[in-house]
Design a protein around this ligand. Structure first.
Ligand code: BGC
Length: 417
């Protein structure tokens, strides 16, 4: 009740009440999310305006911070205070963790009426459900293992986009010799972990990735392959510029866009930045799967938290239905850089990178080469992700040997488990 009263006050503050009871049609939502970069803000703006176009009232609660760690801290604080937002950008095993805690509302009536089971890839549908009921609505499929490249800088050293890590390193050496920063990177734990998982897939392949970073198999974690992964991380460390510590991911993306660095290893939310800046993906900035043979899956979704009052419950239903509507999935993903979560949305209006993402996703599903992102909270519980990120970041920023990093990884996971 306390929650409802507070939210209603907020809603009134932005003009819901004008001498009459709040209208239930369209309902109200308070949406906690971390989409604050140029491309991200444009994409969430699509959701907000579509929701408002249906008569709803939208209360925006953005918490800046790529990868969402600050947003998750804010969510925890809001829930502890007994005042959760009504809809939260949340994903992967985190959905189950919050549902187990008991604060999550289901939107299964909407899902059943709209036949979500028939239009979502099974791997996504199962992530969205708790005890057989939908508690989340997915907006997209992001691919993490992308290499973004500035074509003019590559041309300056006569290089093509590399297809192996050896080629990547050879091209990076040439770029360095020509005075060009090879790799745009932001030294934040989630960005270090993003690069790490891409390298792990590239060097070890999908089976190794699955065993090491999803099943946390000690043998895979201690293998020579994992040592080679850390070796490549050390090599990459040599290719970033001095300004990398703490840099936000979208500033690293801008470096590639503006010709200040040749490559970025980042998920296709980077493409949202290129699009927002009016660049043509595949021409002004090249996209290629990072060296490797698989597909690292990341999918954004919204989870509804338990709220009281018709206005808020209605808002959740309208939001869930809107998120899953084919028209919205098209518009949103055209801005966000991802592809629709629904399998029945045509991709005609999407660029070559999105088409490639879709084709490779289909191939990866058939070849059992689709793996969930560790850095983007799709693979393991948050506490374990945190332990792994600590080791990856410490290794990247010190002279820790690959052997020591592997040992630290095994110890940390044992501790957390
Ligand atoms: C989210 C993306 C977001 C990116 C950077 C990822 O974890 O899935 O939607 O754009 O973080 O903030």
């Amino acid at each position: 009740m306390k929650l409802f009263a507070r939210n209603l006050t907020l809603a009134c503050g932005i003009g819901l009440l004008a001498g009459s009871a709040p209208a239930v049609a369209g309902g109200s939502v308070e949406v906690l999310h971390w989409w604050t970069s140029g491309g991200e803000a444009k994409a969430i703006g699509e959701l907000k305006s579509s929701f408002e176009a249906q008569g709803g009232t939208w209360i925006d609660s953005p918490i800046a911070g790529g990868g969402g760690d600050p947003a998750m801290t804010a969510l925890r604080a809001r829930v502890m205070a007994g005042n959760p937002p009504s809809a939260v950008q949340l994903k992967g095993p985190g959905i189950q963790e919050w549902a187990q805690e008991g604060g999550v509302a289901d939107v299964d009536d909407v899902a059943q009426a709209e036949h979500w089971d028939d239009v979502l890839p099974p791997v996504l549908a199962s992530i969205m459900k708790y005890e057989g009921k939908y508690v989340a609505a997915p907006v997209n499929i992001h691919r993490v293992d992308w290499l973004w490249a500035n074509p003019e800088l590559l041309a300056q050293v006569g290089a093509e986009v590399p297809t192996t890590w050896e080629e990547f390193n050879a091209t990076a050496e040439k770029l360095e010799a020509a005075g060009i920063t090879p790799l745009a990177h932001g030294g934040q734990p989630w960005q270090d972990a993003t690069v790490f998982e891409v390298v792990a897939l590239g060097i070890g392949g999908p089976d190794f990735y699955q065993k090491a970073l999803v099943e946390l198999d000690p043998e895979a974690l201690q293998s020579d392959t994992m040592i080679a992964v850390f070796d490549q991380m050390r090599t990459l460390r040599g290719y970033v510029d001095e300004g990398f510590p703490g840099r936000d991911w979208n500033l690293a993306t801008a470096m590639v866009m503006n010709g200040e660095a040749a490559f970025q290893i980042m998920g296709d939310w980077a493409k949202g930045e290129f699009l927002a800046a009016g660049k043509v993906p595949g021409e002004d900035v090249l996209c290629a799967p990072a060296p490797g043979n698989g597909f690292i899956l990341n999918s954004d979704s919204f989870v509804m938290f338990g709220v009281q009052g018709d206005e808020w419950v209605e808002g959740q239903k309208v939001l869930a239905s809107l998120i899953m509507s084919p028209g919205f999935q098209e518009t949103f993903n055209l801005a966000k850089g991802s592809i629709p979560a629904r399998v029945d949305v045509a991709l005609d209006k999407f660029d070559v990178c999105a088409q490639k993402s879709h084709a490779d996703l289909t191939t990866a599903i058939g070849a059992n080469a689709l793996v969930p992102s560790l850095a983007h909270e799709m693979a393991v519980p948050r506490s374990i992700r945190g332990e792994i990120m600590d080791v990856v970041t410490e290794h990247f920023n010190t002279d820790m040997s690959s052997q020591d990093a592997v040992q630290r990884l095994v110890d940390a996971i044992q501790r957390a488990g």
